[in-house]
Design a protein around this ligand. Structure first.
Ligand code: NAP
Ligand code: G4F
Length: 432
């Protein structure tokens, strides 16, 4: 039995990488990570606890040192025999966990896929057939990891297509992220939003119940469910008052998920995630609309940015931080629902001000209010309190609002400088 030993002073990313690398090398039945500094012990334990292998931690080797032994299928490591559970924690009795992600081509799906791969998961995704036919355009967010993914054609509008995928592979975890996620579009076409978001969620739950009731299920709930907020900040028990067909569809998905948990004893959780962004955000959402326009303004390709309600307040975090919370929710002993938020709220105006100041410009010289971007009913203020996620999951956001805005602006300037401007225009065109 081979054993990899990694020694050194680890920060969280290096520890994650070391763990993921060892986990990917299937031939290894066991590896250990030695942490030289006592301070990092709890960090190490936290990372291990998130990993797809059920870890065995022992502090007996030296103060501040951790040895982590892992079983692989039925082969016992020297450490494994000390495990009281007697199995490695997957539903199938072997170590490599399998996850299914719907919406893997979207912003969150792409970050989550990367994260699960880094933890050693076998990652599967459901994508629409048209995406497989146009990979350059529709798989761009996952192009860099595509070789490590198993993609299956399917649509949330078709129960048979979902049933087909779930009947052919056994999954430990399912992250249901696919949705018509643009609130403004849900006013334009509420029927298809409801159909994809409500029926699609129901199809996923029904197929899992039928075929794999032990598979853990994550539903992408949203702060839009709070809508006209009844309290500030919003927590897990804040009443819902959705203000759009999208918000209503997410409330329905939330209760479907809760009902499958209660009625069929399935491990189903709702993440109530507040707005989260990043360089992979769709161009139709206000943050990316702003940062992509800032890039064009900076490069002299545009001078005006037309927006709707500048006074709306949002609690904006980073998608790469938020997908970690999704994963943590499925590693708990019992299923539950969690708010994921930064606890800070900013107006759209503040976002504009900061984004344009990154390129030494004044937003008042470039931003124009255009009533066509107002919504029939607005969510005026969102700010979440993620105390429960911090306490139970040990999750907290790593990036600040300022870092988020800067990263998005710099990324758009970088892309536009290198990319064919016509291509960038095409991608951005729908929102100008
Ligand atoms: P996104 O970038 O818009 O991604 C949506 C994904 O859903 C895409 O992969 C899309 O596939 C897929 N999809 C849409 N309709 C589908 C259908 N009929 N069949 C199969 N796949 C379909 O959204 P996101 O920002 O990553 O958000 C992920 C989830 O979290 C969504 O459910 C969203 O509502 C929810 N959420 C997001 C936020 C946020 O701030 N980002 C906050 C709370 C909740 P295509 O690429 O083929 O279109
Ligand atoms: O960026 P947005 O379109 O995001 P919104 O509506 O908050 O929804 C996002 O976050 C939800 C979580 O709360 C997710 F569930 C959902 O899937 C999505 O990811 O708009 C943010 C705010 C709104 O108040 C909107 O009225 O920006 C305001 N806004 C002002 N001008 C604009 C514009 N929004 C867009 N998209 N485009 C504008 O020109």
């Amino acid at each position: 039995m081979r054993c990899t030993e990694v020694e050194g002073l680890f920060d969280e990313p290096s520890l994650r990488r070391a763990y993921g690398q060892a986990a990917r090398e299937r031939a290894q039945k066991e590896f250990s990570v030695k942490v030289m500094v006592p301070r990092t012990l709890s960090l190490c334990q936290r990372v291990m606890a998130q990993a797809p292998y059920r870890p065995l931690l022992s502090t007996e080797s030296s103060p501040g040192a951790v040895r982590a032994g892992h079983c692989h299928c039925k082969q016992l490591s020297p450490f494994y025999s000390r495990l009281s559970q007697g199995n490695c924690g997957t539903s199938r009795g072997h170590c490599m966990k399998k996850a299914l992600i719907t919406g893997i081509t979207g912003q969150d799906g792409s970050y989550l896929a990367e994260h699960l791969i880094s933890l050693g998961y076998e990652v599967h995704g459901i994508v629409r057939r048209v995406a497989l036919e146009q990979p350059e355009r529709r798989l761009s967010r996952i192009a860099h990891v595509q070789n490590e993914l198993k993609l299956h054609s399917g649509s949330l509008e078709s129960y048979p297509s979902i049933f087909h995928v779930i009947s052919r592979h056994e999954f430990d975890e399912c992250y249901h992220l696919a949705a018509q996620s643009f609130v403004a579009e849900s006013f334009a076409d509420g029927f298809s939003t409801m159909s994809v978001n409500v029926d699609g969620t129901h199809y996923m739950l029904a197929a899992l119940r039928e075929l794999q009731p032990k598979c853990r299920f994550y539903f992408a709930g949203s702060s839009e469910m709070f809508g006209r907020v009844r309290e500030r900040p919003q927590i897990e028990t804040t009443p819902f008052h959705p203000r759009s067909p999208y918000g209503i569809s997410k409330v329905a998905g939330f209760y479907l998920t809760m009902n499958y948990r209660e009625a069929y004893d399935m491990f189903c959780v709702n993440g109530i995630l507040f707005n989260h962004e990043g360089p992979r955000r769709g161009f139709e959402f206000v943050t990316r609309k702003i940062t992509s326009a800032v890039a064009r303004i900076k490069l002299g390709l545009q001078s005006e940015l037309r927006l709707g309600n500048l006074d709306a307040r949002r609690d904006w975090g980073h998608s790469a931080d938020y997908v970690l919370a999704m994963h943590l929710m499925l590693q708990q002993d019992t299923p539950d629902d969690y708010v994921v938020a930064t606890g800070e709220t900013h107006t759209v105006r503040e976002f504009c001000e900061l984004a344009l100041s990154e390129v030494d410009l004044d937003y008042r010289d470039h931003v124009t209010v255009d009533p066509q971007f107002y919504r029939p009913s607005e969510v005026d203020l969102l700010v979440g309190d993620a105390t429960k996620a911090r306490r139970v999951l040990g999750w907290e956001p790593q990036r600040t609002f300022r870092q988020l805005v800067r990263e998005m602006v710099l990324s758009d300037i970088e892309s536009l400088s290198h990319m064919n401007a016509v291509h960038f225009d095409m991608m951005q065109a729908s929102v100008r």
